[in-house]
Design a protein around this ligand. Structure first.
Ligand code: DGP
Length: 114
């Protein structure tokens, strides 16, 4: 059994509110939402963080972007606006070592991020 929390969610070993699944990626609600829409998009196969992504992941990244757009459309925030955020590494506050994209929307957001 994997020790990685998001691998376990991808394997359906840990419950999560899964809202979409594609061949290589999964989307589920963040347990600690920071906006009315707060979804995490993850690769099903383990990748620790942004530095692990290479040219071989081009297809995976296309799925992530396509799914983010589909989810934003479904949540009604495609036009009002949304953020797609990766926290990579300690300075960015990455707390789960399995790369993930935060899809955030449904409220006005500040810039720069804290
Ligand atoms: P980050 O700080 O960028 O590594 O974001 C990790 C996110 O993962 C954070 O917003 C909370 C979320 N999270 C942590 N544990 C769980 C969990 O068990 N289930 C779900 N759905 N989300 C989780």
């Amino acid at each position: 059994m994997s020790a990685c929390l998001f691998c376990r969610i991808a394997a359906h070993e840990v419950p999560a509110q899964i809202i979409a699944e594609m061949p290589d990626v999964l989307a589920f609600k963040d347990v600690n939402p920071q906006a009315p829409t707060h979804v995490l998009i993850i690769p099903k196969r383990h990748l620790g963080g942004m530095p692990d992504l290479t040219d071989e992941h081009a297809g995976l990244l296309a799925q992530v972007m396509r799914l983010a757009n589909q989810l934003a459309q479904a949540a009604g925030i495609a036009t009002s606006g949304f953020r797609l955020v990766v926290n990579s590494g300690p300075d960015a506050g990455q707390s789960v070592a399995h790369v993930h994209w935060h899809l955030l929307g449904g409220r006005r957001m500040a810039w720069p991020p804290g």
